[in-house]
Design a protein around this ligand. Structure first.
Ligand SMILES: [Zn+2]
Length: 59
């Protein structure tokens, strides 16, 4: 009996930013969006927010 346990971290199984293991739900979201593997927190950051972009002036 030789159970080959995969010890390597398969890409897409963990958040590419913080390395947190993705939950099945997060994995599902990644598959659905077809984007990079990101945890909920970082996936949220990546989402392009196109609201309130008028506040650009810094003076
Ligand atoms: Zn993350």
């Amino acid at each position: 009996m030789d159970l080959e346990e995969k010890t390597f971290e398969s890409p897409g199984d963990r958040c590419e930013v913080c390395g947190a293991k993705l939950t099945p739900r997060e994995l599902e979201a990644v598959l659905e969006s077809g984007g990079p593997a990101l945890c909920t927190i970082h996936a949220d950051e990546v989402v392009p927010v196109t609201e309130d972009e008028e506040e650009f002036g810094e003076e």
